[in-house]
Design a protein around this ligand. Sequence first.
Ligand code: OSB
Ligand code: MG
Length: 383
Amino acid sequence: MKLARAAVRLVDLNLRTPFTTSFGTATLLRRPFVVLETADGRRGVGEVPTLPEPAYKAEVDTPAVLTSLHEWLLPAVAEAQRNGGGIEDVEALRGSYGWVKGAVFAKSGVEAAFWDLLAQEANLPLWKLWGGERRSFDVGVSIGGATTDDVLRLADKAIGLGYRRLKVKIWPGFDREPATALRERFPDLLLQVDANSAYDLSSWERLKALDGLGLLLIEQPLFDDDIVLHARIGRELATPICLDESIHSLRDVDAAISLWGDGAGLERLIVNIKPPRVGGFAEAVAIAHRCSEAGVRTWIGGMLDSAWGKAMNLQLNGLPAIDLPGDHFSPGGAYFEEDVTTTALVAEGGRFALGDAPGTGSAIDWERFERMGDEIFALDLRG
Ligand code: OSB
Ligand code: MG
């Protein structure tokens, strides 16, 4: 691939419903999108689903991602493009910035834009490039309500739209009540809770009260950078633990597999695969296979992504190795007042069907995309 230009646009996305987690409430998201242009005029786009602050985990905030892209990643890609006269494949792309430690979110945006170009060039949908086989699958909804009433109202909306899997945000003091209310209202629902690391080594014991609710999983109750202590409390909970924040790579997954295999049991470990949190889709595919071989269930998590980011995650969900429904849709139908694609994503009856259209199966509405934000920097990659 001969790249001619790399740019970053900052796009404003306004949530139709505020989203509350243990670390705060989101309403406006100002998101970097990486745009790579080839010498023959094609454009590939990769969203970096940042949050305003590093409260979910380090280096996921917009300022940190912009610094990584501007100072390190895009200059490294430019150098590789100049030295090699092109960038052959994803491996070469990742190699160009492989020396940069961390920056998983920023890296994933560059890689996503490159995958978009590769798929357009091959005239294939991304799910085929990634080894997908499943043409349709159940999808889920994540609810970030500030009160139990909010949660029930959003859950009613989602169930009314046909979704059969819900995830709800919890924190110490807001856990038994919303989870029990949901379970009483929807006895057969695939139900999971996400704590976003709000518990510590004493408060986690509250979670034992959730063990009788038949939850699919409890997501990231402890510290955002911890695997070991999660494995330890996993031995004392009947409900499986799901890791989100603390998984950045296949190596982290191997560490978790070795800890759970040695105690709680691999059927009680579940991995939330977020491509941006593991540095991109190549690593996400490798993680899906490793987990499937080990008997660890996986699903694709979201970051309140635009329809473009969600469309890419849905393509990844075509892998048969990914067995649980992911965070793909909002409780009310669409996350944002205005979005960046030409058409909205639709899941009839809580199922999503992948098509044969090349790339993400979706298309950027360039007029709207350009109106919703500004290009904030660009690099000439020629010569
Ligand atoms: O932990 O999964 C999370 C949103 C922002 C930050 C962290 C998380 C989330 C979500 C969003 O749960 C789910 C979605 O995009 O549908
Ligand atoms: Mg989570």
